[in-house]
Design a protein around this ligand. Structure first.
Ligand code: NAD
Length: 354
């Protein structure tokens, strides 16, 4: 893809932040983020003063703001990462998930539609609305099989239900109004800058501090993991070559039980922090009651994006996880700062987390 202007939403979060870091320079990035507890300016600090990065604090639900940004910067694409994303939070309090993931996303789509309709010629043909979504919309699998783009939607958590609704709106804006949309449904991501409430960074930070490592139920839930930079590369590829109206599943082909994942992190920490007073870290594992509606297994069939767009992940789970653990070891102050709520948003209520 040649140099473009991209309106990236949620670009101070985990995946959007990694995407903004990768895109800025090669492209101009207009980064719209509401800076909820999950958004951190520290993540995008390396590009903050770049002439190719424009940060705007605001909501995707603010139609006037979005319309102004679209007409001012005339991006080639909107890449929508903005969302409420934490399953446990959605169980405690589903409403913000509807407000952001459904209502605000529909407003963003509507503003994008009005803008696209105002374009002409090549600019109109090139415009794309890329919606970043999750494999959790498909629900859970049994012991075998994998989700394809044709799998029925069966969301089980309020988070998944809200993302499923947003995916349906994206589809409807394509089918009803012709907006050139693209949707990606990706498996679990991990990597640098992930908010430490999610499994992998939570386990790394807790193990380094000698706290217990909570594992839901028997730890036998299977997840398909993808290194965040591989996800970002998939998004670039879909932007460049995806067919409007299409959906692409993105996955790492790395199925692991949660218990295996936690044990792998413990082994990495034993090796990388040999003088840790808490080694061997596996002894910190503590089984806690399972989450309600907890999906047993997710697995992604990513053969469509591999076949049609030539994308494959470059990191194995082991190499990506080692990079991730090394990053958290080198950036402990980042985790501490985001947990203290130093870079925007409320302080995380640690007592409520697993
Ligand atoms: P995140 O929670 O780390 O970041 C979300 C970002 O969106 C934050 O910076 C937050 O401030 C911002 N935001 C929230 N509400 C907003 C609003 N109304 N307007 C503007 N910005 C707003 O999330 P993430 O893990 O980076 O996920 C990004 C996207 O990718 C989400 O749509 C998520 O559903 C999807 N996804 C995530 C994963 C994963 O494993 N993390 C996997 C597949 C898909």
């Amino acid at each position: 893809m040649g140099r473009r202007t991209l309106l990236v939403t949620g670009g101070a979060g985990f995946i959007g932040g990694n995407f903004a870091l990768m895109a800025t320079g090669e492209h101009e990035v207009v980064n719209l983020d509401a800076l909820t507890y999950a958004g951190n300016l520290e993540t995008i600090q390396p590009i903050f003063t770049s002439p190719d990065h424009i940060f705007i604090q605001g909501s995707i639900g603010d139609a006037d703001l979005v319309s102004t940004l679209l007409s001012q910067y005339r991006p080639r694409a909107v890449v929508n990462f903005a969302a409420e994303t934490h399953v446990d939070r959605s169980i405690d309090s589903p409403e913000p998930f509807v407000t952001t993931n459904v209502v605000a996303t529909q407003r963003l789509l509507h503003a994008a539609l009005a803008h696209w309709r105002s374009l002409e010629g090549e600019e109109r043909d090139a415009f794309r609305f890329l919606h970043v979504s999750t494999d959790e919309v498909y629900g859970a699998l049994g012991a075998t099989g994998a989700f394809t783009e044709e799998s029925p939607y069966r969301p089980n958590s309020p988070y998944a239900a809200s993302k499923a609704a947003s995916d349906h709106f994206v589809r409807a804006y394509n089918r009803t109004y012709g907006l050139p949309t693209l949707t990606t449904n990706c498996s679990n991501n991990y990597g640098p800058y992930q908010f430490p409430e999610k499994l992998i960074p939570l386990v790394i930070s807790a193990a380094l501090a000698g706290r217990s490592l909570p594992v839901y139920g028997d730890g036998g839930q299977v997840r398909d993991w993808l290194f965040v930079e591989d996800h970002c590369r998939a998004i670039f590829r879909v932007l460049e070559a995806g067919a409007p109206g299409e959906v692409y599943n993105v996955g790492g082909g790395a199925e692991r039980t949660n218990l295996e994942t936690v044990k792998t992190i413990c082994a990495l920490l034993d090796r990388l922090v040999p003088d840790s007073p808490y080694a061997p870290h596996e002894r910190l594992i503590e089984f806690v009651p399972d989450r309600p509606g907890h999906d047993r297994r997710y697995a992604i069939d990513a053969s469509k994006i591999e076949r049609e767009l030539g994308w494959t992940p470059s990191e194995s789970f082991e190499s990506g996880l080692e990079k991730t653990v090394r990053w958290y070891l080198a950036n402990r102050e980042w985790s501490e700062a985001v947990l203290e709520g130093k870079y925007g948003g409320e302080r995380l209520g640690r007592g409520e987390e697993p």
